[in-house]
Design a protein around this ligand. Structure first.
Ligand code: ZN
Length: 65
């Protein structure tokens, strides 16, 4: 079970969220998909229903605090 840190609800199961992927100023199909820190847009669909901008390290799959 992987936990996603929601600032409104606290750590919740990833299944409650929808991830829209990396936020970027570039075209949606030109995402870099590189290893390392990225900022992603998440929607807490089955929780507070807020949009979250979360930092995640794609190499370790952990969220920044
Ligand atoms: Zn939430």
């Amino acid at each position: 079970m992987r936990l996603v840190p929601c600032p409104n609800c606290g750590p919740r199961e990833q299944a409650e969220f929808v991830c829209l992927g990396e936020t970027t100023l570039r075209e949606i199909y030109l995402r870099e998909n590189a290893k390392g820190p990225v900022t992603e847009l998440w929607w807490h669909k089955h929780g507070c229903r807020h949009w979250l901008k979360l930092a995640r390290n794609t190499a370790t799959n952990e969220f920044a605090s």
